[in-house]
Write a protein that binds this ligand. Structure first.
Ligand SMILES: Nc1ncnc2c1ncn2[C@@H]1O[C@H](COP(=O)(O)OP(=O)(O)O)[C@@H](O)[C@H]1O
Ligand SMILES: [Mg+2]
Length: 325
């Protein structure tokens, strides 16, 4: 079994702590768990956690990426096949259900399973037995089921894209993992956790401007996106990570959002002319870029995608060039 630390869930969010408390209470039963959350929120990590906390911890944990599996292979992969069942079936092969026997089966992206396979899946879950493709006998399987979905399955049920009987079978204990943008208190904690993991010997940290940008960014790819970005930064950085070191989507998200917020006045005051609104926005954008770059004009120009001379001209135009550099 892997050491606890390599699987631990890092968080200071009350919402995620509540999720951990919820799964702690059901981990030692055989209850089916449905993990719901956007990509990268930690569904697989939670599946690992539940398995490890369960009495089946020393039995197999079999993970199935259903979205990656071609539909015509789904059945033989899940339930196995007998030799000669189809052209490429050169030998008997146990399915993933059989491999997970006495352990845990994690069906990831259950929302991607096409309706015909849903029927067969339900039958196996209800009867606790599988029949291999081309086989003639039922094989008993004892698995604890964990499923994960990127979308609200109830909506798929309403649209007839997901069978309601299968939904009720897997939804015994639904667990929703919130997106990272709804628990921003985890962003810097996770970022330093990953820096420590990917560059344990480097004393890396983020500048205040870089931290602000990371806190403001929406992280559509959630913890996975944060982990990947931090891994790159850990490789290439040596000391303090600056705003300009962050990928453009993270730093520009900051500049644009800050500017829009700062310009709420422009947006609500309809007495301003077009050129006044533009000037106000530009002034705020320049100001914000300078603040984020700790006053360094080259870095501010880079963050805005301007040449240094254009930045100077604009600062002059808006009366922001008083301190020179
Ligand atoms: N709270 C967390 N603490 C530490 N690592 C996390 C956390 N949440 C997610 N991760 C890591 O982020 C990556 C993506 O998580 P994963 O469980 O694969 O997400 P999902 O299955 O929801 O797409 C993995 O490397 C995972 O270990
Ligand atoms: Mg996943």
């Amino acid at each position: 079994m892997l050491p606890f630390s390599s699987l631990s869930i890092v968080t200071r969010s009350d919402a995620v702590r509540a999720v951990i408390a919820r799964v702690d209470t059901i981990a030692d039963s055989d209850t089916s768990v449905l993990l719901v959350g956007e990509t990268g929120v930690g569904k697989e990590l939670f599946a690992d956690y539940i398995h490890r906390m369960s009495p089946r911890a020393h039995r197999p944990l079999v993970k199935v990426a259903l979205s990656a599996m071609p539909h015509d292979l789904l059945e033989s992969e899940l339930f196995g096949h007998e030799r000669g069942a189809f052209t490429n079936a050169v030998s008997d092969k146990p399915g993933l259900f059989e491999l997970a026997h006495t352990g845990t089966l994690f069906l990831d992206d259950i929302d991607d399973v096409p309706p015909p396979a849903q029927v067969k899946l339900l039958r196996v879950l209800e009867s606790h037995q599988v029949m291999r493709v081309g086989g003639s006998s039922m094989i008993p399987v004892d698995v604890r089921l964990i499923t994960a979905s990127k979308v609200d399955l109830k909506e798929l049920v309403q649209r007839n894209a997901f069978r309601s009987d299968l939904f009720y079978r897997i939804n015994v204990c639904p667990v929703e993992i919130p997106p990272l943008r709804d628990r921003r208190e985890d962003v810097l904690l996770l970022a330093s956790h990953f820096l420590g993991r990917f560059a344990p010997t480097k004393p890396l940290q983020f500048s205040p401007a870089a931290e602000r940008a990371m806190m403001t960014y929406d992280w559509p790819g959630n913890v996975r996106e944060l982990r990947n970005i931090t891994e790159r930064l850990a490789l290439f950085s040596t000391g303090e990570i600056q705003l300009g070191d962050l990928p453009p989507e993270v730093r520009d998200g900051r500049a644009i959002e800050a500017t829009v917020k700062a310009c709420a006045r422009c947006l609500v005051d309809d007495h301003l002319s077009y050129s006044e609104v533009v000037a106000c926005l530009e002034t705020n954008l320049l100001h914000q870029a300078l603040v984020d770059a700790d006053g360094n004009r080259s870095r501010a120009a880079k963050a805005l995608g301007l040449s240094l001379s254009t930045l100077r001209d604009k600062l002059k135009k808006h009366g922001l060039d008083d301190d020179g550099e």
